[in-house]
Design a protein. Structure first.
Length: 354
């Protein structure tokens, strides 16, 4: 039996004394017999919701590498067991199958809230569930943070800007979102989640951090999630035409997953900035440019095909990362060609056995 999850109820399981080890000093205070240098070595217990997802699994991995204890929570709707299989067996890693729409009772010092399907295919499959995850689930996580006195980082999205009238998008831009469109379950849910974070901070003093994620790619992306990078790579490796919507002149900025996770951790671990903070790559690419980059990375002879532009698909999307640079000293380090090569290698190995 994995006893790790009961650490919050039985302190001795965490390696900390459950009662005073020595109370015989003249002052009547509790004195531990452990060496002082041992007392100073203390790892954080960190909860990652959505921890089996694309981003969550990379975050869990980096936290474990740093020496933290990690509790991974996922209902496996869009998260995948394969993403965290290599972490199973690590004594500092625990997995709980749980949906944050229902209350969760654990103890942690930090909470990274990544739980929510993020691709259009996933979040439009059950839009009501998507909204509940970002609202009811957010209330549950903020309630947990309040009880534990934990700091919570909420992963919001560039979708809160909608189809922006301002370019590039700064954090003080309120956005241009269709509240009734097919993407609204995700867009508006994330906007409400940000409001909940701020109001829990103001009303209850909960320490919150808000990050707005722009398009991110890398190994462990679900090959069937409908996002443009995974779509293009899988089509290219199969030899199919790459599907470009509209005329392919709409733009996105693509951030490699390692850069993004580094931004998460920098924002969580600093004490001054609540957010929101844009984390993304400020280099803008059209869909045609991305398709050509994928063809180069795969060596595929696939052609480019065209399909009608989906409703409410943003025409331009690019972050202003001035705040991230000034507050976190963060900017992306991995260029598109390098990141695509690593992602293509992952898909070749996992999907085609090459």
């Amino acid at each position: 039996m994995n006893l790790g999850r009961y650490r919050s109820y039985f302190p001795i399981l965490s390696g900390q004394p459950a009662w005073p080890l020595n109370t015989n000093d003249n002052s009547g205070s509790c004195v531990s017999t452990q060496p002082k240098e041992k007392e100073q070595v203390r790892m954080a217990t960190i909860l990652v919701t959505g921890g089996a997802g694309f981003l969550g699994s990379h975050l869990c991995e980096k936290l474990l590498e740093r020496g933290d204890d990690v509790i991974c929570v996922d209902n496996f709707f869009s998260g995948r067991k394969e993403n965290i299989l290599h972490l199973i067996g690590n004594p500092r890693f625990e997995v709980i199958r749980h949906d944050i729409v229902h209350p969760l009772y654990v103890e942690a010092e930090q909470i990274y809230n990544l739980a929510c399907p993020a691709s259009p295919v996933a979040y439009q499959y059950n839009p009501i569930k998507t909204i509940k995850t970002s609202t009811v689930g957010m209330v549950n996580m903020l309630g947990l943070a309040k009880r534990c006195r934990a700091r919570l980082l909420h992963t919001s999205t560039s979708e809160v800007y909608g189809d922006p009238d301002v370019h590039p998008q700064k954090e003080d831009y309120w956005g241009n979102v269709n509240p009734l469109g097919p993407r609204s379950c995700y867009d508006e849910g994330k906007r409400v989640a940000e409001s909940l974070c701020i109001n829990y901070h103001l009303a209850h003093g909960v320490e919150v951090r808000i990050v707005r994620i722009f398009n991110t790619y890398g190994p462990r992306m679900d090959p069937n999630d409908g996002r443009v990078v995974s779509n293009f790579i899988m089509q290219a490796l199969r030899g199919d035409d790459l599907t470009v919507y509209g005329e392919g002149q709409q733009t996105r900025s693509f951030c490699y997953v390692d850069d993004l996770i580094r931004g998460f951790m920098l924002l969580m671990d600093q004490d001054d900035e609540i957010g929101p903070v844009n984390i993304g790559n400020p280099v803008e690419n059209t869909m045609i440019e991305l398709a050509q980059a994928v063809l180069a990375a795969t060596g595929s002879e696939s052609k480019i095909g065209y399909a009608p532009l989906p409703q409410d698909d943003p025409k331009r999307r690019c972050p202003d990362i001035t705040k991230a640079k000034s507050v976190l000293n963060w900017e992306p380090q991995i260029d598109l060609a390098t990141g695509l090569k690593a992602t293509v290698d992952y898909y070749r190995k996992t999907q085609f056995g090459k």
